[in-house]
Design a protein around this ligand. Structure first.
Ligand SMILES: [Fe+2]
Ligand SMILES: [Fe+2]
Length: 314
């Protein structure tokens, strides 16, 4: 767990980091803003549309801090999670999903904590937190949620293929890579609904349409949320660069892992973007990771099989 989330986390995550302090403009609530104030910085433009970035739920913050504590025991973690019954219910549901591969049904939170290692518990909680955010998105919920879980699973498979040691961190980065899109849907639902429709009809892509509409894109918003939620620098970079991995010259392998996982989901049609004709040989991130055509085919097959467990039903 300590590898995934930074240990020191502010007590009020929503009040720290960037960009979190701008006041929401009147136009943002209904979400039909046109490209805003060209002179403003990206952070200011994001604040104009989104206002305060969504904070990580308070209980989840406490649980993750507790998990980072070497002396923590399952009883204390159980007591914290049960303070938030909705989160507790979601954690239990995710723990019982095929994605976690439990060989028997997990009846109680305590069972989940005993059955799983602390590393898995942190990604389990983040899955439950993200699911909670999606429950407010409405019609787009199913597609976006499937895409997030699919990208988490694909990132874990790719991490496995290249023997990347921190597989749960890869899952988390993939799971959260489009969290900026979620925040935009929550704060500018009309504008994002129109963008979703044009993407679904193959008329545009989110990244370009958001740039034109807002003057920034969901990867930038996601990077800002990752900062606020105190994710590691590697996860933050992977989220912020998942559409332009070539622009980051660091050796952080999570960037090509998440970018390649995103392409896998597009190829398999997991989420609102469906590109069955996508030529995987042309995805640079696979080359960077040293994965050849045969291995990419295997990864596609593995992800397709894993997704047959209907992640959208979590
Ligand atoms: Fe994206
Ligand atoms: Fe994506």
């Amino acid at each position: 767990m300590t590898a995934e989330i930074r240990q020191a986390r502010p007590s009020s995550p929503g009040k720290s980091g960037k960009p979190s302090s701008g006041s929401r403009s009147d136009t943002s609530a209904k979400g039909a803003p046109s490209p805003q104030s060209p002179g403003l910085s990206s952070a200011a433009k994001i604040a104009q549309v989104i206002g305060d970035l969504p904070p990580m739920p308070h209980i989840a913050t406490q649980v993750l801090d507790k998990l980072a504590d070497e002396d923590a025991n399952p009883r204390e973690i159980n007591a914290l999670i049960t303070k938030d019954p909705a989160l507790a219910a979601r954690v239990l549901k995710v723990a019982n999903s095929p994605m976690y591969g439990a060989s028997r049904s997990i009846a109680t939170l305590n069972d989940a904590l005993m059955f799983m290692g602390f590393d898995s518990i942190s990604s389990l909680i983040m899955t439950a937190v993200l699911k909670g955010m999606y429950s407010k998105v409405g019609l787009a919920e199913k597609l976006l949620w499937e895409h997030s879980v699919g990208c988490g699973l694909a990132s874990r498979k790719i991490a496995d293929a290249i023997r990347y040691r921190r597989k749960e961190e890869a899952y988390l980065a993939g799971l959260m890579h489009d969290v900026g899109k979620t925040a935009l849907f929550l704060h500018a639902p009309d504008a994002m609904g129109e963008i979703l429709e044009s993407v679904y009809n193959d008329e545009s892509d989110f990244f370009g349409a958001e740039e034109r509409r807002f003057g920034f894109n969901h990867a930038m918003v996601g990077g800002a949320i990752a900062t606020n939620w105190r994710f590691t620098a590697e996860i933050e970079e992977a989220i912020a660069n998942h559409h332009q991995p070539e622009l980051n010259s660091s050796t952080n392998e999570l960037i090509p892992i998440v970018s390649a996982a995103n392409a896998v989901c597009h190829k398999l049609g997991v989420g609102p973007i469906r590109k069955p004709d996508l030529d995987m040989d042309r995805i640079k991130s696979f080359k960077v990771l040293g994965l050849d055509a045969d291995r990419i085919e295997e990864i596609l097959a593995e992800v397709r099989e894993a997704l047959q467990s209907e992640p959208g039903g979590l």
